[in-house]
Design a protein around this ligand. Structure first.
Ligand SMILES: Nc1ncnc2c1ncn2[C@@H]1O[C@H](COP(=O)(O)OP(=O)(O)O)[C@@H](O)[C@H]1O
Ligand SMILES: [Mg+2]
Length: 196
């Protein structure tokens, strides 16, 4: 949520996102959930605020599923988000070191899952990264003040970048395999140069 608030306030396009209120008392009031259903149209993405490898990201198809999800997750911090349907099953993973893109790949999942994570069956493909995607990734890394990060970008119906999330500890295996680049080495060099 903090990433969403910071980036969307600094001109980075992200899916419309609504933070769930913390629930300490086990209240089952549906007022908030009804607002979510009104603001976002189904299917709706839901995420635990802390999660990785696509494990805590869900696609909610209707109101009954939304109520069930809220019941299951009411005691943990979570959010609801507009589903960028044009990006179903694929996204763009971009590694930025020192505010510069050093590697990128398209991640595609052919097994029908909306999530493109390698851990969910996705695989990397080589692409020529459009300039607008490069600019969005570099701008996000700069705003968040990250010396190393993996930016996940979705593409909207016009093919423009929509930022999904920024990973401070993005895995390297698939992107090194696809691009043949020694990303760990580039990051090690950045650290040594910064120390000097
Ligand atoms: N709002 C969204 N619209 C469409 N696809 C999404 C959306 N949010 C996430 N996804 C898909 O789910 C994957 C995992 O979501 P992400 O927020 O990156 O969580 P994680 O930290 O688990 O990787 C993304 O790479 C993307 O393929
Ligand atoms: Mg991700």
């Amino acid at each position: 949520m903090l990433t969403y608030i910071t980036l969307s306030n600094n001109g980075i396009k992200m899916p419309k996102t609504i933070s769930a209120p913390l629930n300490y008392a086990g209240i089952d009031d549906e007022t908030f959930i009804k607002e979510v259903a009104k603001e976002l149209s189904f299917p709706i993405i839901a995420k635990d605020n802390f999660g990785s490898l696509g494990k805590e990201v869900y696609l909610i198809k209707n109101y009954d599923e939304l109520v069930a999800f809220e019941k299951d997750h009411k005691f943990s911090a979570h959010l609801y988000q507009e589903f960028i349907e044009s990006s179903k099953g694929h996204d763009f993973r971009i590694i930025v070191i020192d505010d510069k893109v050093v590697a990128s790949m398209k991640r595609c999942n052919d097994n029908g899952d909306f999530r493109s994570n390698v851990a969910q069956g996705g695989h990397g493909e080589l692409i020529n990264l459009p300039e607008s995607f490069k600019e969005a990734a570099e701008k996000a890394a700069k705003i968040l003040n990250l010396d190393y990060c993996g930016v996940d970008l979705l593409d909207d119906e016009e093919g423009d970048p929509v930022l999904c999330e920024v990973n401070s500890n993005a895995f390297l295996q698939e992107i090194e395999r696809i691009t043949g680049k020694n990303i760990a080495g580039l990051y090690a060099k950045q650290i040594v140069d910064a120390l000097k």
